[in-house]
Structure formats: C-alpha cells, structure tokens
Design a protein around this ligand. Structure first.
Ligand code: SAH
Ligand code: SF4
Ligand code: F3S
Length: 472
C-alpha cells in the first residue's frame, strides 16, 4: 500500500474537503500516515484567507524541496484555496510540486495524482483565473463533479463518526471587499434538498449525533424545484431536523447577517434538537467601514437582528468574526467595533488583523493604510475586551449543569488541570467536549464517555474553558 500524508489549513469547508480526499485516496489503495517521512504522497489542503495561512504552506514547501532531492519519487500536491489563488506562483517557484488542484476540481484529484506519478509531469486542475494552466486529464475518473465526492463519502465529516459536516452550499456570491473566498471557491452552488437529506440520513445511521450544515453563507441556501416551487433555508433546516431524529445537535455555520430570516429563528425556537447557536460575523461596528467592506448592512441593522434573535430564541449563544485595521479605519471606527461587541456580548469571537489579498476589491481600490503597529494595538484592545466578556459569560455558568458532547481527552495542561490530576481516580482522564452553544468544557471521566452526552456541573471558569464534574 502507498502512504499519504495530508495536512489541512483553513475553515470547516477545508476540513470537510480533506475528509473527502481521505476517502478518495483510501479508495485507490493509499493509507494515511501521520508524518511526511516515508510518505509517497504529501498533500497540503490550503487556505488563502490571510497571508499568514499562505506563508505556513510556503515554508512547508521550502522544507520539502530538500526532502524531495533525496526522494524524487515522492508526489507533492497543493490542493484547496491557495492552489486556486496562487496557482501561478506555486507552479513557477516550486518545481517540486507535482499536483495543483483547486477546491472546485477535487473530483479529479485521483486522476491528477496518477498522471503525475506515471508521467513524472505536473498535473494541474484549476477553475478560476488560472484555469488555462490546467492540464488535460487523460485517465478516467469516476466522478463528474465535486459534489459526487460528498455523496460517495464513507466516513463522516470529521475524525469522530459522532460529529458530521454536511455541505449544503459551496462558493460565495457576496464579494466582501477584503475576502478571497468568492475567488477561490467560485460562485454559489446549492445542493438539492434530496441530496442533502440522503447524506444526512446516511451520516446519522453511521452514528452522527451532532451534525453541522456548512456553507460560507449557509442561511442563503435556496432551491427551486422543476415546477417553480422554491424552498429556503428555514424549510431545509426543518426538513433535516425531522429527517434525522437521532441527531441531538443540529447546527449550521456560517450565517450571513443580511440573509437571516425570522422563519429560521422560529424553526430554531421550535426545535429542541437544533442548537441555540449562531456564528454570525459582523466584521465591524462602523457603518463607514461596513460599507467599504461591501457587507450590505449597518451596525444598527445588525444589532436589530441580534436583538430579534435573542428574543425569539431564548438562551441563544452567539459567535462572531471581526476584522481590525481595514482600509481607512479610524480610531472612532475601531471604537465602534468595540461598542458593537459590548452590545452583542459574543460567547466567542474570532478577531483578525486585515490582510490585503490580491484580486479582491479592497486590494484594487483601497490603500492598506492602517500601520501594522496600529492594527496590533486595536487587535490587542479588542482581544482584551472579548476576554473580559468571555470570562463574565463563563463565570455566569458556574453552578449550572450543562450537557457536554464528549470529544476526547483534553489537550489542556493548565494549572487547574494539574491540581485535578493529583486527585484523579484510577482509570479517569481529563476529558473535553462542547455544549450545544459551543462552549468548551473539561472534566474527569473514563474514555468510554467519548461520543456520549454527559451532564456536567460547572464549578470553575476561565476565558476559554468551563471546568466541572460529571453528574452520574
Ligand atoms: N463566510 C464567512 C467567513 C469566511 S472567512 C462569513 O462570511 O462569515 C473567515 C473570516 O476571516 C471572515 O469572517 C473574516 O473575519 C476573516 N477574513 C476574511 N478575509 C480577511 C482578510 N483579508 N483579512 C483579515 N481577515 C479576513
Ligand atoms: Fe468572504 Fe463575505 Fe463570502 Fe464570507 S460572505 S466568504 S466574508 S465574501
Ligand atoms: Fe480559507 Fe478557503 Fe476556507 S480561503 S477560510 S480554506 S474557503
């Protein structure tokens, strides 16, 4: 058996793609290994969303240049968003890369690998601006389009069979000024309700108890039947919910504020098995910045939606993304972002320094004029604020019992963990899992609890983690 090493960068969409690639490669007699030493095939499933994500891959490729001198038979593949965005640079500056495959062409991957291995020539499949670099595929592949991979997959969307991702939409039409995703993933394609339901049922039968519907703007999903009848996201959510009664947690990410409907909130409120959780990024709290970002809403409209959501779905937990230092952001704009965060009180917020991306509207039209030191300062201020909100939110959980889906042994080795370790009973480990609202909880218990729902009494809290004891 040949060996492959696969490393994934980027969002859940890429994690899902990697899972599909994993299935695809196992289907052609490859087995997965944990390091690239001795691997016949090394794949990087890459992300282009910020410069940092790309530089990590370039540095890996730098190291592999030397490795390949000693082992010229090794195939190196760059797949995913960076292949699409940086295909030309990768091809020109990295002669040792054998396969370049964009996220919309993954159904061709087995053929590309075979071609590169047989003919010792680079094989390329891209969709967007570098599509002309693509090489003709001269071996047969069993899949006609990328969605066939979703349908054929045998494993779940994540390493754990009890947690599954289901893609409902791929691509994005929003063209936020800073964002590379519409350029790498292409225009929106919505899967049909039938395809989604078949896949959801299959994953539930295989043991999935938590299911996450995926799309860059997941709530924008829609479908038109042959007779002209249209269904939207709220109806799909309800259909999936009803089709998989063994799924205790149905979730969906990422929501786009402008597309969010009251119907979706009502479905969430009526359905106890839909997690009361929304990842709904605002990106900024300043109207001027939001407009330059092309987000299509004002801060007040966003806050109005959040208010409505909190009213209709009591106990709702919110997660967000914010960008600091976008082109033209003033001190007052930065303060407006902090104010929005104070009002929303995200349970969790991902905060990024603006990173200009070639080909986006912002890179073409605006100057990246906020100095790095100022970006750093604003990022630090935002981080401090969010940490204090997280800590307050988490402290508020002390004394409550939460339901935790146990994911595995905890990777945390904090002081609190050490103290507990000394008093731990035989056969118990520190386990970690999440609540339906996506809060991380650690507690002691036997490994047998992995994949199970366990009630945990919260006794202590830090900014990122709740600590507790399983109620038995
Ligand atoms: N589809 C999701 C986001 C995908 S990208 C959505 O619209 O919500 C994930 C996050 O990366 C974005 O929400 C944004 O906060 C951040 N991001 C995207 N492009 C960026 C850039 N050029 N610089 C810094 N952060 C960026
Ligand atoms: Fe990027 Fe905006 Fe699309 Fe999200 S909605 S993927 S931020 S373009
Ligand atoms: Fe990155 Fe592509 Fe996801 S750019 S964030 S891996 S869609």
């Amino acid at each position: 058996m040949l060996k492959f090493y696969l490393e994934t960068f980027g969002c859940q969409m890429n994690q899902l793609d990697s899972e599909l690639v994993d299935t695809l490669l196992r289907g052609i007699e490859y087995e997965r290994v944990d390091t690239w030493d001795g691997a016949d095939l090394v794949l990087f499933n890459t992300c282009s969303v910020r410069e940092h994500a790309e530089s990590k891959v370039y540095s890996r490729l730098g190291v592999l240049r030397q490795v390949k001198l000693k082992r010229p038979g090794m195939i190196i593949a760059v797949i995913g968003c960076m292949a699409e965005q940086e295909g030309k640079t990768i091809a020109e500056r990295n002669r040792h890369v054998d396969v370049i495959c964009g996220p919309g062409q993954l159904h061709l991957l087995a053929g590309l690998i075979q071609q590169a291995a047989q003919w010792k020539k680079r094989a390329v499949a891209l969709t967007g601006k570098f599509a002309s670099m693509s090489t003709p595929l001269e071996v047969a592949v069993p899949y006609g389009r990328v969605e066939d991979l979703d349908r054929e997959r045998t494993s779940s969307g994540q390493t754990n069979a009890f947690q599954a991702y289901v893609r409902i939409t791929r691509g994005c039409n929003k063209f936020c000024a800073y964002c590379v995703v519409p350029h790498t993933r292409g225009r929106e394609v919505h899967r049909s309700p039938e395809e989604i339901l078949v896949e959801a049922k299959r994953l539930a039968e295989a043991g999935a108890v938590e299911m996450t519907l995926l799309g860059q703007t997941v709530n924008h999903w829609q479908h038109e039947y042959g007779d002209g009848r249209r269904v939207g996201f709220a109806e799909l959510l309800k259909m999936v919910h009803d089709a998989v009664p063994s799924v205790r947690r149905l979730r969906f990410v990422t929501s786009y504020p402008r597309d969010f409907t009251v119907e979706t909130l009502q479905v969430m409120a009526e359905s106890p098995r839909i997690s009361r959780y929304l990842h709904i990024p605002a990106q900024s709290g300043s109207d001027a910045v939001l407009q330059r970002m092309n987000r299509g809403y004002t801060a007040e409209q966003y806050l109005g939606l959040i208010e409505r959501a909190k009213q209709i779905v009591p106990g709702l937990r919110l997660a967000g993304d914010m960008i600091v230092g976008f082109c033209g952001e003033t001190d007052a704009d930065a303060e407006a972002s902090l104010e929005l965060m104070r009002r929303v009180r995200y349970m969790n917020c991902y905060m990024f320094k603006y990173s200009p991306r070639a080909g986006t509207t912002a890179a073409r039209q605006y100057e990246d004029d906020v100095p790095e030191a100022v970006k750093q300062e604003r990022h630090a201020a935002m981080f401090t604020l969010q940490n204090s909100i997280c800590l307050e939110n988490n402290r508020g959980m002390i004394g409550r019992t939460v339901e935790v889906l146990v994911a595995g042994p905890s990777k945390m080795m904090g002081r609190a963990a050490d103290v507990k370790a000394r008093t731990r009973a035989v056969g118990e480990l520190q386990l970690s899992g999440r609540t339906a609202g996506d809060q991380v909880v650690v507690f002691d218990g036997p490994l047998g609890l992995v994949g199970r729902f366990v009630p945990v009494l919260v006794e202590d809290a830090t900014t990122l983690t709740l600590h507790g004891t399983a109620s038995r």
